[in-house]
Design a protein around this ligand. Structure first.
Ligand code: NAD
Length: 253
């Protein structure tokens, strides 16, 4: 019996932990060869070891660096011959810091990892996908893509931008066989925390005021990965430019 992602090659960023790891594991059990990309070498090794070298290979890259992002795409194409699926998933939080308190350093770091890296990776991967006549890009967005009370300004702006990137790719390349979508996550049980920034007391206070979702718990990464599996598969052949909300009803409240 053929599996839903049989014969596909997927690059998944931030796959050493949380949502990215769950996607790597689920995609691989559904026939996909996954390239596990993360900045933390131990995490990459652990995930590749768990999945096994038949279905997974690892790459240690710092996605805040444009050259390393481009190398990620180039090295995958050299090793595997192509990229069918690109999951721009890696992301960091911003300490919930409001605009007047954001340093240039924090702003650049969050923008580079959360928004510039998906742009750099997509820009590099799309010509390869066009050559193959198909491809799908899945971006990990957030409820902070549509509102401002879930993070600080840097994260909010980066995730709003990611939705724009998603729609633009979908519009320009949909007719050439490339689909691009985003998952809009609520709270998920991962290691993301507040990021390396010192948490802003004002921001943390704001975040703690969050309305409990209609389903009163955070999601497990596997629940997100199941949506990802559908969106990158041919079962979602008419889903393009969509921002699919998966937040337990938080934003519907
Ligand atoms: N967890 C949540 O509640 C939540 C909510 C909304 C959106 N998201 C988004 O989900 C995505 C995945 O986050 P997660 O919750 O699984 O977090 P996580 O911290 O568990 O995993 C993120 C991974 O990205 C890696 N990473 C960070 N900076 C990197 C860099 N410069 N280069 C390469 N890898 C890097 C980390 O090492 C980590 O393994 C992020 O884009 C995040 O913004 C998460």
């Amino acid at each position: 019996m053929t599996a839903i992602l049989d014969g596909k090659v997927a690059v998944i960023t931030g796959a050493g932990s949380g949502v990215g790891r769950a996607m790597a594991e689920l995609f691989s059990t559904n026939g996909c060869e996954v390239v596990v990309v993360d900045v933390v070498p131990d995490r990459v090794d652990q995930v590749v070891e768990k999945i096994g070298s038949k279905r997974a290979s690892g790459m240690v890259k710092d996605l805040s660096n444009k050259n390393q992002v481009e190398q990620m795409v180039d090295e995958t194409c050299e090793a595997k011959g192509r990229i069918d699926i690109l999951c721009n998933n890696a992301g960091i939080m911003d300490g919930v810091v409001p605009v007047a308190d954001v340093s240039d350093e924090l702003w650049s770091k969050v923008m580079n990892i959360n928004l510039n890296a998906p742009f750099w990776a997509s820009r590099r991967a799309i010509p390869r996908m066009l050559k193959n006549g198909h491809g799908t890009i899945l971006n990990t967005a957030s409820v902070a893509s549509f509102s401002a009370g879930k993070s600080g300004v840097a994260y909010t702006v980066s995730k709003h931008g990611l939705v724009g990137l998603t729609k633009s790719i979908a519009v320009f390349y949909g007719s050439s066989g490339i689909r691009c979508n985003a998952m809009v996550l609520g709270a998920v049980n991962t290691a993301i925390g507040f990021g390396s920034a010192t948490p802003s007391p004002q921001g943390v206070d704001l975040l703690m005021k969050k309305t409990f979702p209609a389903i009163p718990r955070v999601a497990e990464p596997i629940e997100i990965a199941r949506l990802a599996l559908f969106l990158v598969s041919d079962d979602a052949s008419y889903v393009n430019g969509s921002c699919v909300v998966i937040d337990g009803g938080w934003s519907a409240f």
